[in-house]
Design a protein around this ligand. Structure first.
Ligand code: PLP
Length: 375
């Protein structure tokens, strides 16, 4: 049985995504920038894929740009800030390293950076309002935290910023890293009012190395690498059409049934949470979390417990394994939201996919019980 419970780190590519990858590789081999017939066909296919993804995400194709992953999408937004202006940026304390690692560079280039705490796991509109100043140029708060699953109140946070703007101040860029939100929580991209958002293919059974950047008003952004002017000048470099086709197939598998999957996975999550509690373990994920993620405090240091689970066939994560399974990141986020240091050091994350079965969850619970009881 597949006991892979590390889907927030990455997911297995789906058969449809793999088939779409192969189909585009074989049937659209040309460079979409080439002016011959095969190039024009590749370009048409590329735009068809963009339009289909945009329609499923409820946005306009003109707002979606393909990148090599969320890390690059984030780098595009933050480097554009760095290159075009300076002032104050407000970043939440629970951002993924793909965002937070930009803080030193921003500061080095004269930006003032405020780090917003996330009490009990959430950034509050009141705390954000208190940080807004006339020189604030950008706010970055992720949609769903990758360690705890906490769903951030993005529409309320955006509203707070827009109300502040009405007091006669300039437009403030609102960026939301939405990697763990796509398909997994109710996240109306256009309705939320964000200016920019990042997405990643490999979190939804697409391939690695493909991501998206949503820009509500792309004009004001500078590319990370202008190169050949691809992606309407926002992302230079030959487009990865096979991966884009595969991403489209993955989005087609996730988005139309997102609500039904959320409910089903939500029930599995509930069952796991109840079982963990009955084993005497503390749940670290707050109530308002993604149905796809549970963080809990294990009885042992995270690495020891995850290795014991792994020996029994269960793949879970100690903290956040998005990068190199570095212990620091998960702990930093948990400590930042007020979790006790002894619990943060024992944090284990289990994360589901839309294909996680009830049987796999039952087996997880059984193995977890054995492991906790030292059998
Ligand atoms: N942001 C979040 C919240 C993530 O969980 C990840 C995971 O890796 C990333 C950004 C980076 O995404 P990518 O691997 O596509 O660069």
């Amino acid at each position: 049985m597949d006991l892979y419970f590390d889907n927030a780190a990455t997911t297995r590519i789906s058969e449809n995504a793999l088939a779409a990858y192969a189909y585009a590789s074989i049937n659209y081999p040309a460079n979409p920038s080439s002016v011959h017939k095969a190039g024009l066909e590749a370009k048409r296919k590329l735009e068809e894929e963009r339009a289909r993804i945009a329609s499923l995400m409820g946005t306009r194709p003109e707002s979606l740009f393909f990148t090599s992953g969320a890390t690059e999408s984030i780098a595009t937004v933050l480097s554009s800030l760095l290159l075009t202006t300076h002032g104050k940026v407000i970043i939440s304390s629970i951002e993924h390293e793909a965002v937070s690692s930009w803080l030193p560079a921003l500061r080095e280039h004269g930006w003032k950076a405020a780090v917003l705490r996330a009490r009990n796991g959430f950034v509050s509109p009141e705390d954000l309002r208190a940080e807004l100043t006339p020189d604030t140029k950008a706010v970055a708060v992720m949609s769903v935290n990758n360690v705890t699953g906490a769903i951030q109140p993005i529409p309320e946070l955006v509203r707070t910023v827009r109300e502040y703007e009405k007091e006669g101040k300039r437009h403030i860029l609102f960026f939301s890293d939405s990697v763990q939100a796509l398909g997994k929580v109710d996240f109306p991209l256009e309705g939320s009012g964000v200016d920019a958002a990042s997405f990643s293919g490999h979190k939804i059974n697409g391939p690695r190395g493909i991501g998206m950047l949503y820009l509500r008003q792309p004009q004001s952004f500078r590319p990370l690498a202008p190169a050949g002017g691809q992606e309407r000048g926002k992302r230079g470099g030959t487009e990865n059409l096979p991966a884009i086709s595969a991403l489209r197939a993955a989005v087609e598998e996730w988005l139309p049934d997102a609500e039904a999957n959320r409910k089903r996975i939500g029930r599995i999550r509930e069952k796991c949470i109840n079982a963990l509690r009955s084993m005497g373990l503390r749940i670290l994920s707050p109530e308002a979390s993604s149905p796809y993620i549970i963080s809990f405090a294990s009885p042992l240091p995270s690495e020891v417990f995850t290795r014991m689970l792994s020996d029994r066939g269960v793949m879970a994560s100690s903290g956040s394994a998005c990068s190199n399974n570095a212990r620091g990141e998960g702990e930093r986020i948990l400590l930042g939201m007020g979790i006790k240091p002894q619990d943060a050091a024992r944090a284990v994350r289990i994360s589901f996919s839309k294909d996680t079965s009830e049987e796999a969850a039952d087996e997880l619970i059984r193995i977890m019980e054995e492991t906790v009881n030292g059998r």
